[in-house]
Write a protein that binds this ligand. Structure first.
Ligand SMILES: *[C@@H]1O[C@H](CO)[C@@H](O)[C@H](O)[C@H]1NC(C)=O
Length: 190
């Protein structure tokens, strides 16, 4: 009979192989644990949305550590509101910078000044929005968030109506989608 050379269980190669399998299994499990609570939520709110996709929902909410714990829809909508606030704050700062550069060119100033007002309007809405969510007044919060989404679109429209290239397309898109994400989460909040 031919002797088959099978590595014995104690051979360094087999030990190495088992260690490798274990590391990769642990790694996969850790990743699954981290992603799992958000995936069903994002599939629910983003799967049928025309405003944002599952990927946007996952990366937006996933950027906040709070979202990795098993949060409910209401808590997640507050996180989305916070993301709108962070975005709108940085957009406001960008607009201030652009206004300094554009000083003198009247058309640019007009669009940017409108956007500045629109974004400070968005920031004014958000604290009341969070308070409404905490108080269970989800419809009222959703209404404010719809206003925030419209304001972001209006900013983009300013440039379009002046036939200018918008320097804020990315920012307006984020603010719009984040506000719509918060609205979508609120539909499932209880
Ligand atoms: C704005 O939101 C987008 C989408 O969540 C994110 O990628 C970006 O980092 C945010 N920007 C700021 C300044 O918060």
């Amino acid at each position: 009979m031919k002797k088959v050379n099978v590595p014995s269980a104690s051979s360094p190669f087999v030990v190495f192989l088992f260690a490798l399998l274990q590391v990769s299994a642990t790694h996969t499990k850790a990743q699954a644990d981290r992603v799992d609570p958000l995936l069903p939520v994002c599939k629910t709110v983003g799967g049928g949305s025309t405003y944002f996709g599952v990927d946007f929902c996952m990366s937006a909410l996933g950027s906040d550590n709070r979202a990795h714990h098993d949060e409910g829809y209401g808590a997640l909508s507050i996180i989305a509101v916070d993301l709108v606030a962070a975005n709108a704050t940085s957009t406001g700062a960008k607009i201030t910078g652009l206004l300094k550069k554009a000083a003198g060119k009247e058309d640019d100033d007009a669009s940017l000044l409108s956007c500045q007002a629109l974004y400070s309007g968005i920031l004014d809405l958000l604290p009341g929005c969070t308070a409404a969510i905490n108080g269970g007044k989800f419809d009222r919060a959703a209404l404010s968030l719809e206003k925030a989404a419209s304001a972001a679109n209006e900013c983009e429209d300013q440039f379009r109506s002046h036939s200018e290239a918008s320097p804020l397309t990315v920012e307006n898109g984020f603010a719009f989608k984040l506000a719509k994400l918060a609205v979508a989460l609120l539909r499932f909040a209880s």
